[in-house]
Design a protein around this ligand. Structure first.
Ligand code: RIB
Ligand code: CA
Length: 318
């Protein structure tokens, strides 16, 4: 490890775009993945952990990365609600990856986050790509956690764009609004990378064709996997969003923003997460008044240099 490397923990619900984000993190220069903590979301938590272990076996990083199994359900909401229509029944578009020899660690995701933050106070960046349940549970274990993580980057929410599960709620916040509200108001140095910017950052079929032409020989298995898994994702985005031969890089953009903050423009705003509304649960409510009062300040990504972000993503595989 280089002493200048950004040390990150990835907390995810390993579906298709989570898988792309993990592969990016494993190939990007200047980053060391200290752990991957999994939770329910796109699929059940056991499947998320299994997908993660198999992805690591496919990508073969040259150092060990512990994988933890975390929350199986939201803090208070009904369990068992997943997104097979978006990510396929196994979360990775029905692609079967070879099994891994690696086992998950015995600590839960929340326990692992707390221990690693304790061992390296102020040094680690936590990037969350799924529900915020694991982080809310970690906060319960250690209320001092906000002072021990350098930064938390959250893929989730939306301020100016419509939601993707309800008219106003994005999936990662909608899936556990109580956890999201606790995290957003806990005092973390927190950057929210939501649909405002991820919907602008599209990977297209032509990009995959280019990777197949130009990708490093050692990356061809990973590129093949991306091509296969994205077929399912592209189909969903064509049917649901009229995106033709492409899909948003939701989770990869959050990861890239953690490593290269100049890809995005941010605005500081006070937010809360709606937990009661029949039509609005999971909405991130920003107080944009001249004198904001409701909620706590977080940083929100409001614009992105999408062309540069897509280029940054693709280039690590070439
Ligand atoms: O809304 C997009 C997010 O929901 C992504 O993290 C995707 O993987 C799903 O979890
Ligand atoms: Ca995700």
């Amino acid at each position: 490890m280089d002493s200048k490397d950004t040390r990150i923990i990835i907390d995810c619900d390993t579906g298709i775009d989570d898988a792309l984000a993990i592969l990016y993190a494993l190939r990007a220069p200047g980053v060391r993945v200290e752990a991957i903590t999994t939770g329910f979301g796109n699929i059940g938590v056991q499947q998320a952990a299994e997908n993660t272990l198999r992805l690591l076996a496919l990508a073969q990083p040259d150092y060990d990365i512990p994988v933890a199994v975390g929350a199986a359900q939201a803090l208070v909401r009904e369990p068992g609600i997943y997104s097979p229509h978006v990510h396929g029944a196994n979360g990775i578009g029905g692609v079967t990856l070879p099994p891994s020899n690696q086992q998950p660690v015995s600590e839960t995701s929340a326990e692992l986050i707390v221990r690693l933050a304790d061992e390296s106070p102020g040094e680690l960046v936590l990037v969350t790509l799924g529900r915020l349940t694991n982080l809310a549970l970690a906060l319960e274990l250690d209320p001092e956690l906000p002072g021990k993580l350098q930064k938390v980057v959250v893929m989730g929410g939306t301020i100016y764009k419509p939601g993707n599960v309800t008219p106003v709620a994005e999936a990662n916040i909608w899936g556990d609004p109580e956890a999201a509200d606790r995290v957003f108001t806990a005092g973390f140095e927190l950057l929210m990378v939501g649909l405002d910017v991820t919907l602008q950052t599209l990977i297209k079929g032509e990009h995959i064709a280019m990777l197949k032409r130009l990708g490093k020989a050692g990356n061809l298995p990973v590129i093949d996997f991306m091509e296969q898994t994205l077929q399912h994702y592209f189909r969903f985005y064509r049917e649901a969003n009229y995106v033709l031969d492409g899909a948003p890089l939701h989770d990869p953009l959050a990861l890239m923003a953690a490593l290269q903050p100049d890809l995005i423009t941010t605005r500081r705003m006070k937010v809360r997460v709606e937990q009661q509304g029949e039509f609005t649960a999971g909405m991130v409510v920003a107080d944009l008044r001249a004198q904001p009062k409701a909620g706590e300040y977080i940083e929100v990504a409001v614009d992105v240099d999408a062309e540069r972000a897509v280029g940054a993503f693709l280039s690590v595989f070439i």
